[in-house]
Design a protein around this ligand. Sequence first.
Ligand code: F6P
Length: 375
Amino acid sequence: MSKRLRVGVLTGGGDAPGLNAVIRSVTKSLITQHKAEVLGFEDGFLGLIERRPRPLSYHDVSGILTTGGTILGTSNRADPFRYAKRGGADVSHEIVRYAEKVLNLDALVVIGGEGTMGIAARFQDIGLNCIGVPKTIDNDIVGTDRTFGFDTAVGVATEALDRLHTTAQSHQRVMILETMGRYTGWIALYAGVAGGADVILIPEIPYHMDEIVRVVRDREMRGRSFTLICVAEGAMPEGGTLTVQERIEGRPDPVRLGGIGYQLEAALRERIRSEVRTTVLGHIQRGGTPSAYDRTLATAFGSYAADLVAKGRFGQMVALRDNQLQTVPLSEVVDKVRLVPRDAPMVAAALSVGTSFGIEDFPPDFGTSDSSLVS
Ligand code: F6P
């Protein structure tokens, strides 16, 4: 008789809407389709370092599809290859031995962002079988057209823009919305298009202040005395630098961005007559119930990950490409960021409805090279 599969699950990095939906899907699929035993580790890799496995039953993961956060908890400060609490020691080999000899684990399903995928790739290299599931509101993981969490964040940011729109119109103001997104502009771009922002500023296209001023004045002259600006936290003026709110040592990426909206407001105030207000959306984009799209994507990702475990296809990350579930080797995902291509069709769509990206000249054929909106 073949041995029953034993599979670990953990969530790493920041939370994102849909984490619970993946935990539910992977656990239910493993239990019902593959008769596996599932162990959850609390607080990301910390639960593995501190040896805190928790059996997950079908019942344990029922009723969590629609909930935000993660029932397992998460952490972005517990890298087993550089464990801060032990002076930066590499405790990874102890973990591999523990997983093999004590837990008898066949595989670990790791749900997280690029940093978490990097740790999973390194564990795979030293003998702990891993499957990755790509999570982040930023949509910045290479190898997949979509990460779960992104759609919800775009929905929240779009609603914020809709609400700011009415105040902008009523008070004839310039309203700035700062979104998250780390070093990429996916959230600002998609929310900006969905919310009809007049100006969208993203890290991939450094902006010129003169152009933003021109847009505001131009709108004033045309009797549109308000302007809606959607700026990604990683955006910066041409020749400028990132706006860093703080540095938090001990994390894979110590840089915490934030505040470009206020800088933009200060710079605009000096040059235009209209009043300017800034809203920094922050973690509201990350919390709460996932959208229907994120629930379906998370469920599909989870069951696909369970299948990969059953088939023994380790060292892979689940991915969505051309609307198909696929895999990409974890090693190909590590240390990379998926930027918005300057010729993305969504950029072209925004340009064609008159949205400014804060630069004067965009070549006329931008965005025509590929028609896929999720590239
Ligand atoms: O990666 C998700 C994200 O929300 C980014 O968009 C943002 O820059 C960062 O995490 C914020 O991190 P923290 O929750 O540590 O403030």
